[in-house]
Design a protein around this ligand. Structure first.
Ligand code: CP
Length: 310
């Protein structure tokens, strides 16, 4: 059995994505049980290697590993020998030499996990690489949409915000379009990548046009740490022109889901009334993050994202 990795949703088929979601749905029942312990990853070593900050992704991978009985460990760049000048490749090789079975990586450089994956025996999971992909985020988003709406095929999903810098949007575009959703993206022209339509989406420069009749309105964080100056005048003006408040939300369907990968900048991407309103499923996304990460790690150790043949 060769090793497989999860580097991005661009590489997965619709069948593989659906099998991950089905597996996550089954494993999710563990989160509601009083014991929260299963043996799917017993004896496996899982290492979280994070070069960027994280609350949701890192903690949910750690909890998911522990709920499935893996030996889980965390390392951050700020507390490691990276600070003494060790390269990414040498750090990854060092962790691999400790018999890691799964290496979960977040890095500011697009392509960092792709660089490491062929050099280590461990299965590599991309937990967010620069502006490229964040596959487990899109999988948990799709699980949340499927749970609430029954099927993803035929839904209109509007994704609003900083499209240019977002790895979440790229993974969602790959995943959602493979499962038959119609995806529109909206945001300032300065934060809209040229040629985004080639990925099979419609692009708009007003929120109203992007979210009209949407079944799902997903906001993206304004990534202040990746902004060059001058892409939008100020956070206040961004909210005035592109923030989703109760009035703008009315352009979407009355039962549209409000989603955000987090962390949210309150009063910037969404008003607090939208974040805390009845259409918001942001907390469900976080819960589903644990379920999806259990599923991905389990299927990686099985050697395939495809369903088992009977
Ligand atoms: N959505 C997401 O990746 O959140 P964290 O940065 O907190 O992991």
């Amino acid at each position: 059995m060769g090793k497989i990795n999860l580097l991005g949703l661009e590489d997965l088929s619709a069948e593989e994505i659906i099998n991950i979601l089905d597996t996550a749905e089954q494993l999710k029942s563990l989160l509601k049980s009083s014991r929260k312990k299963a043996q799917h990853l017993q004896g496996k070593a899982v290492i979280n290697l994070f070069y960027e900050n994280s609350t949701r992704t890192r903690m949910s991978f750690e909890l998911a590993s522990k709920y499935l009985s893996a030996n889980a460990a965390n390392i951050t760049a700020s507390g490691s020998s990276v600070q003494k000048g060790e390269t990414l490749i040498d750090t990854a090789r060092t962790l691999n030499a400790m018999s890691a079975d799964i290496l979960i990586m977040r890095h500011s450089m697009s392509g960092a996990p792709h660089l490491i994956a062929p050099l280590v025996d461990a299965a590599v999971i991309n937990a967010g690489d620069g502006m490229h992909e964040h596959p487990t985020q899109a999988l948990l988003d799709m699980l949340t949409i499927r749970e609430r709406k029954g099927d993803i095929k035929g839904l209109k999903v509007a994704i609003i915000g900083d499209i240019y810098h977002s790895r979440v949007v790229r993974s969602n575009i790959y995943g959602l379009t493979k499962l038959g959703a119609e995806v529109s993206v909206g945001g300032p022209a300065t934060l809209m990548p040229k040629g985004i339509e080639k990925l099979g989406v419609k692009a708009f420069n007003t929120v109203q046009e992007a979210i009209v009749d949407a079944d799902v309105v997903m906001g993206l964080r304004i990534q202040l740490e990746r902004q060059k100056s001058g892409l939008f005048p100020s956070v206040r003006e961004y909210h005035r022109f592109f923030g989703v408040d109760d009035n703008r939300l009315k352009y979407s369907k009355p039962d549209a889901l409000v989603m955000h990968p987090g962390p949210v900048n309150r009063g910037v991407e969404f008003s607090s009334s939208v974040i805390d309103g009845p259409q918001s499923v942001i907390d469900e996304q976080v819960t589903n993050g644990v379920a999806v990460r259990m599923a991905v790690m389990y299927l990686l150790t099985m050697g395939s994202f495809l369903p088992k043949e009977d």
